[in-house]
Ligand binder design. Structure first.
Ligand code: ATP
Ligand code: MG
Length: 432
């Protein structure tokens, strides 16, 4: 007997029943991001490993522990993308976008890969939808991006999500904060884990991101980055807060939030949900400004700001909501006798061509079993086709939610169904 194969650990199949929620989320994002003027990009799932090492940072968990890296047949080191910002920046540089337009707004969606410890809301292949805006250093750009996430979450009908906000300063003011942080961490060296000992030397900010509770307790009492901001960074941060308030977007300032990637400057933010369905995987979207990233990858000196939302976590939250997703058939065609099967099959094809969603059981079977199937499908109407209907050219549309059957000519079905479809079927999932 051959061994049953299953999906790779941490990687999920998305099937009908659930996929409708994904389509709803993606469709809503596409529409909303389009309103903000963001155009879609699609970059390859594989990139040179160096791209992520140089941008995300060697000392981050993502690059240090979580990347799927391998050498190809030509001995190149490639990695499955763990995030979307670095590939987008690479594409932005490679296609000399800065020479074509001064301000660029892009969004992307697709799978990302990280070799993580799995639990609810944390997978090895997961999906992000994210956006990047290149070319504006203004606080308005930061806030536009946060506004887009806030409107997205609101349109999804998600509540109890808090926007956490911080500023990490820039190359002018961060060194002083770094020095103070290192001094503080040295004084608490004994309490920190061995990973953090290394981080302290190589990239002390990463200690604040350590998941170890003892390290977190030390980090919580460390120096406050906001007290170190230089005048321009402070002004930018104040402006961001003012503009958020003007848009009525609620936020809390969280000076311990550093984010898990190295490329951020100034604004960083996270949208954190408090729903128990997510457990500790509660951040549904996160991002910030990365004014030096494009240049550090060999591109022009272009400021940028962006975010990524975790679709898996949004879908988990939507599954908990009472909302219904996906469209159901307009019509189920049932066959009364075996002699009508071919005619019903042809009728189904014609009505689909005319734009109806039609369900039809190609196996035939008893009328009773077909009616059961029709009910389960959530179809709005059932039409029974038998010899009588075929010879008279007349049939009846049975409203599955109850009510009187509607007489219909066989060549007028699509119009009649549409005419009677204004009100949604009360007991069926609504098309959304
Ligand atoms: P976390 O602190 O939860 O590990 P992160 O800081 O590593 O998140 P980002 O790199 O900022 O996450 O990614 C943006 C969003 O993508 C996260 O807020 C989350 O919603 C989602 N995400 C990140 N990693 C995973 C994962 N392994 N599985 C599912 N979603 C994820
Ligand atoms: Mg992570």
């Amino acid at each position: 007997m051959s061994q049953t194969l299953s999906a790779v650990k941490g990687m999920n199949d998305l099937l009908p029943g659930e996929i409708e929620i994904w389509q709803h989320v993606e469709g809503l994002a596409r529409e909303l991001f389009g309103r903000f003027g963001y155009g879609e990009i699609r970059t390859p799932m594989l990139e040179d490993t160096a791209l992520f090492v140089r941008s995300v940072g060697e000392e981050t968990d993502i690059v240090g522990k979580e990347m799927y890296t391998f050498t190809d047949k030509n001995d190149r080191s490639l990695s499955l993308r763990p995030e979307g910002t670095a590939p987008a920046a690479r594409a932005y540089i490679e296609h000399s976008i800065v020479n074509k337009e001064p301000l660029t707004r892009w969004f992307y969606t697709g799978p990302m890969f990280r070799y993580e410890r799995m639990k609810t809301g944390r997978y090895r292949q997961f999906y992000q939808i994210g956006a990047e805006a290149y070319g504006s250093k203004e606080a308005a750009q930061d806030v536009e991006v946060m506004d887009m996430v806030a409107q997205f979450l609101q349109k999804l009908g998600l509540q109890d999500i808090t926007l956490n906000l911080n500023s990490l300063g820039d190359e002018t003011c961060r060194p002083a904060y770094h020095a103070k942080l290192v001094e503080y961490l040295q004084a608490h060296r004994e309490e920190l884990c061995s990973d953090c000992h290394r981080r302290m030397e190589k990239n002390p900010l990463r200690v604040l991101d350590c998941k170890n509770p003892t390290c977190q307790a030390v980090a919580a009492k460390g120096p406050n980055v906001l007290e170190f901001l230089c005048e321009p960074c402070r002004a930018h941060f104040d402006d961001v807060q003012r503009k958020l308030t003007a848009l009525d977007i609620k936020f809390v300032v969280n000076p311990r939030m550093v984010r898990g990637l190295d490329y951020y400057t100034r604004t960083v933010f996270e949208f954190i949900a408090s729903h128990p369905a997510l457990g500790t995987a509660s951040t549904v979207g996160a991002g910030g400004r990365y004014d030096k990233l494009v240049k550090s990858l060999g591109g022009p000196d272009v400021p940028a700001v962006g975010f990524a939302c975790g679709l898996d976590r949004l879908v988990l939250l939507l599954k908990e909501s009472q909302q219904k997703f996906g469209a159901t058939p307009d019509l189920f065609i049932a066959v009364a006798d075996a002699g009508s099967h071919d005619a019903a099959f042809t009728l189904a094809s014609r009505l689909r061509r005319e734009g109806l969603r039609v369900d039809f059981d190609t196996r035939g079977g008893s009328l009773k079993s077909q009616m059961k199937r029709s009910d389960k499908s959530g179809a709005r109407f059932t039409l029974v086709l038998g010899e009588l209907e075929r010879t008279s050219g007349q049939a009846k549309l049975k409203p599955m939610a109850g009510g009187e059957p509607i007489p219909v000519a066989l060549d007028d079905i699509a119009r009649t169904v549409r005419a009677h479809s204004a009100a949604p079927r009360a007991d069926a999932p609504s098309a959304s």
